[in-house]
Design a protein around this ligand. Structure first.
Ligand code: MG
Length: 480
């Protein structure tokens, strides 16, 4: 009897849902979707189960892949933290807005430079459309008061203004060893809360210093969950850039020896847990079907830290480099009912495309008063069309080191990993790789395919001619 009624219920449920479910892949939205961006720090292409991680378990991120869309050719705009974040938030290459450096590659505490007021961030663009905007995690686009997230489109920010390995309290010669046995007090980074008070004034307070990094992943997630619950009835944008798995690695006590893949694996599994918290919350609040969740990383694994860094899978090298391991990252989109499940796409995407994509989905428009590097991926997400991106530039600072066109990538210059002195090598003729046949960039085919190489070079030159390089904000360091 019980079985029969369950079966009957199921039949009527399926009957009721089937046409809608079919329809919903094309249906116009009655309200703009919410956006959640979870952005890991220095997590490699090969660190998730769905990307072939051999030991680390990431069931919640794998669920995003199984129920959503997994991109195999997703890129960031730089191979290190600050410029990569600039690309995601402005939809522009860092060379265009000064958020790069040729002498120093990221911003450090106390530097005078940072994101300029003229830049329009994704948070500002969405807030103009009526979104509530909350940020939970690492900023790294300037730590002076005028640069903080609440001055650049976020209503609320809870997080650390730069990397978790800055503000070292140790003598220089002891710093590297400290990563092997990290203690909170070795890095005097502040944990900050910033928001507008009732009078509309921005109030910024340091909650603790040094931040207790053992609970930082958990607290970012719990604050984001609270924000989602509080804003469930209005469109919201949640930006959750984790401080982990950037060294020093910390995880909550419950994740110690959790992974079978050491401290690094534990940290990834805690990040995965945090993604589960977000997905569960969206479902509990009944808004999963109206929320786009995106997961990625700001750059590839920090190979200079060897076993404390992650894996780039089949890709070559990692953080700081313009080989694909430095700039190709996981890209997972989850939007139940709109994004069809179990889709793996080999289309090319970039974190700078989130700007145009999210504005397209929310009914906004991309700024037309400035050059943008943002293409609308919505047709691919909805399963309605081909990807618009054919080309990917690989910059190191202001210099174009490599260029991808379709499956071909040419390297003009290559250089060593971040944090270690590496030899700069100029390639004439450039190296040429076929990334579909040779994702590890091992077999240089420049001599075999001169006509392809000539085409990639000409497209790279055309791209370069269209980019006005802004003066570096980072190289100003402490004096303007
Ligand atoms: Mg990073």
């Amino acid at each position: 009897m019980r079985r029969a009624s369950v079966a009957l219920l199921l039949v009527s449920f399926v009957a009721a849902c089937a046409p809608d479910a079919q329809e919903s892949f094309d249906a116009p939205l009655d309200r703009p979707p919410n956006f959640v961006v979870v952005f890991a720090d220095d997590l490699g292409w090969g660190d998730l189960g769905s990307y072939g991680a051999p030991v680390i378990r990431t069931p919640h991120l794998d669920r995003m892949a199984a129920e959503g869309q997994r991109w195999t050719n997703f890129y960031v705009t730089a191979s290190v933290c600050s410029p990569s974040r600039a690309g995601l938030l402005t939809g522009r290459l860092p060379v265009r807005n000064g958020l790069y450096g040729d002498q120093v590659r990221v911003l450090f505490p106390g530097f005078v430079g940072g994101i300029q007021d003229e830049e329009i961030t994704l948070a500002e663009a969405l807030r103009d459309l009526g979104y509530s905007t909350g940020m939970f995690g690492k900023w790294h686009l300037g730590d002076g008061p005028r640069y903080l997230p609440t001055r650049h489109g976020f209503d609320y920010w809870f997080g650390i203004p730069y990397s978790n390995d800055m503000m070292s309290t140790l003598p220089r010669e002891e710093r590297r060893a400290a990563f092997l046995d990290p203690k909170i007090e070795y890095w005097d980074v502040p944990l900050i809360r910033s928001e507008r008070d009732e009078a509309g004034e921005i109030v910024t307070e340091t909650l603790e210093q040094p931040a207790d990094q053992t609970t930082i992943t958990k607290r970012y997630a719990e604050e984001a969950v609270e924000f989602i619950r509080a804003h469930r009835d209005e469109p919201f944008f949640v930006y959750l850039p984790h401080s982990m798995p950037h060294v020093p690695l910390f995880r909550a006590p419950g994740f110690e020896d959790h992974s079978g893949a050491g401290l690094y694996g534990d940290v990834i599994e805690e990040i995965d847990w945090s993604v589960g918290r977000i997905l569960d919350t969206l479902e509990e609040e009944g808004i999963a079907g109206n929320t786009v969740v995106f997961f990625s990383s700001d750059n590839g694994p920090w190979t200079a830290f060897r076993t404390q860094g992650g894996l780039a899978g089949p890709l070559r090298e990692g953080k700081g480099m313009t080989w694909d391991g430095g700039m190709r990252v996981p890209g997972l989109f989850w939007w139940p009912g709109t994004i069809a499940p179990e889709v793996v796409t080999n289309e090319i995407g970039s974190t700078s495309d989130l700007f145009a994509t999210f504005l397209s989905l929310s009914g906004g428009a991309v700024p037309d008063d400035r050059p943008m590097d943002s293409l609308d991926l919505a047709p691919v997400l909805r399963g309605r069309g081909e990807g618009p991106r054919e080309e990917v530039p690989f910059y190191r600072g202001s210099e174009l080191y490599a260029y991808r066109v379709g499956n071909y990538k040419a390297h003009f210059v290559t250089e060593g990993e971040y944090g270690l002195a590496g030899e700069r090598r100029e390639h004439d003729p450039p190296l040429l790789y076929h990334l579909a046949l040779d994702p590890g960039e091992q077999w240089d085919i420049a001599a075999d395919r001169p006509e392809i190489l000539a085409d990639v070079i000409s497209r790279a030159l055309q791209h370069r001619a269209g980019v006005a390089v802004a003066p570096s904000e980072f190289d100003l360091r402490t004096g303007r």
